[in-house]
Design a protein around this ligand. Structure first.
Ligand code: MN
Length: 414
């Protein structure tokens, strides 16, 4: 798909805050692994695990780290405070954010929890779709506008860094959404996040929503627009990329794509898209790509499941070439079937999975890696046994190869 990116106005003044719109070619990564991610089934983390993850996320280079939802529990609030103190207190630390409903007690709890951070953010939200306002909040559009104005202004009394999210933005009436954004900016919001809360949007719809608010909301050129996408239809990353092409400069995402229901947009996938398709998406970012795989692995040890084997970028099979014709190609020149290298995202080693579709060259290559350079005859003999074994066994591991080799060597004259 193609979305033409309209001319983005240049900011007039710079700001001390790194995530303010001083650089229009910079994409800010807002990580919500510890908030949206952690609130999904199987992802509950102890506060020491959250702290370990927060250190790793800082090493990964996320710009904003949403550490939790302070009002949710005493434990959550304490854990945000610990992260703000231990991870967020150095000059180059990520901004530490807490979520807060657009309510006084939520905002006050958020403000207390981020207080130790050098740079803290209050992220407040209110549903703005007619459906949510009627069914969930029992408020009118006018009441919603009043509440947004008052609560964003309240948040600004605690922090000069305030994000507002109209929940269910993608199912909000577009004209009303313009009013919502106008009120939030007038009240002092510095980031405006328009979430696809239920994962319903198509990429073009999502881009159009941002283009519409950019065209009609006064002062929008002075704030950062943000995308927050869910993967219910498998479109979270595609929608996020479409939003970038429509002028968004903050992406909300989570490691391994964890989050409510089908999850959030996967951080590692967005980062890999930016690096691999820089020809189309010429934006800078702070992500240290070699930390992607280690971060994914660390998260898997903190929660009750890992990435699916076929998960892009960080799955066990993401760089595994099983078919013989692919294996031959990758060994001749990795570019034949690899659009990025496993090493570039921190995967220790390109795993060539040996199985019945593997060719003689793949076998020879792996044996050399294991320290065994065979003669032509030896290789013939090992390959013959290898194909017999592969008929019975799906995947041939290094251990299998070693024992094959020993059996064969015994029968091949030196
Ligand atoms: Mn969400």
């Amino acid at each position: 798909m193609s979305v033409t990116s309209p001319q983005i106005p240049q900011p007039e003044s710079s700001s001390k805050h790194a995530e303010q719109p001083t650089q229009r070619d910079h994409v800010y990564f807002f990580d919500t692994t510890l908030r949206d991610g952690e609130q999904s089934p199987g992802c509950v983390m102890h506060s020491n695990e959250k702290l370990r993850m927060a250190h790793q996320l800082a090493a990964l280079g996320v710009d904003i780290l949403e550490a939790g939802f302070a009002i949710a529990s005493e434990g959550d609030s304490e854990s945000i405070r610990t992260i703000a103190r231990e991870v967020g207190a150095s000059p180059n630390a990520p901004v530490i954010a807490s979520l807060a409903r657009a309510k006084r007690e939520d905002i006050e709890a958020a403000a207390r929890s981020i207080e130790p951070a050098t740079r803290g953010r209050i992220h407040t939200f209110l549903s703005t779709s007619d459906l949510h306002m009627a069914a969930k909040l029992n408020i009118t559009r006018e009441q919603a506008l009043d509440q947004i104005g008052a609560m964003v202004a309240l948040a600004r009394t605690y922090s000069d860094n305030v994000e507002f999210s109209p929940e269910d933005a993608t199912r909000t009436d577009p004209d009303f959404l313009v009013k919502v954004c106008t009120v939030a900016i007038q009240a002092g919001a510095t980031t405006l996040n328009l979430p696809d809360t239920v994962g319903y949007c198509l990429p073009q719809n999502y881009a159009d929503m941002f283009l519409n608010v950019r065209a009609h909301v006064p002062g929008i050129e002075n704030i950062i627009l943000s995308a927050h996408c869910h993967d219910d239809l498998g479109l979270a990353v595609a929608n996020t990329i479409a939003a970038l092409q429509a002028g968004v400069r903050q992406v909300e995402c989570a490691i391994n794509g964890i989050g409510e229901r089908a999850g959030n947009a996967a951080l590692e996938e967005i980062a890999a898209v930016l690096v691999t398709r820089r020809d189309q998406l010429p934006y800078e970012h702070h992500i240290n790509m070699k930390q992607l795989y280690p971060t994914s692995q660390m998260l898997s040890t903190c929660i009750s499941f890992g990435a699916a084997p076929n998960k892009a970028i960080v799955g066990k099979n993401a760089f595994a070439h099983a078919a013989g014709i692919h294996q031959h190609g990758v060994m001749a020149n990795p570019v034949t079937y690899e659009i990025m290298t496993p090493e570039s995202v921190g995967v220790p080693h390109n795993s060539l999975v040996l199985g019945k579709h593997s060719g003689r060259r793949a076998l020879e290559h792996r044996l050399i890696e294991l320290g065994h350079k065979l003669s032509h005859e030896e290789l013939d003999a090992v390959y013959h046994r290898f194909t017999e074994l592969a008929d019975r066994k799906k995947t041939i591991y290094d251990q299998d190869l070693i024992s094959l080799l020993q059996q064969t060597k015994a029968t091949v004259p030196a």
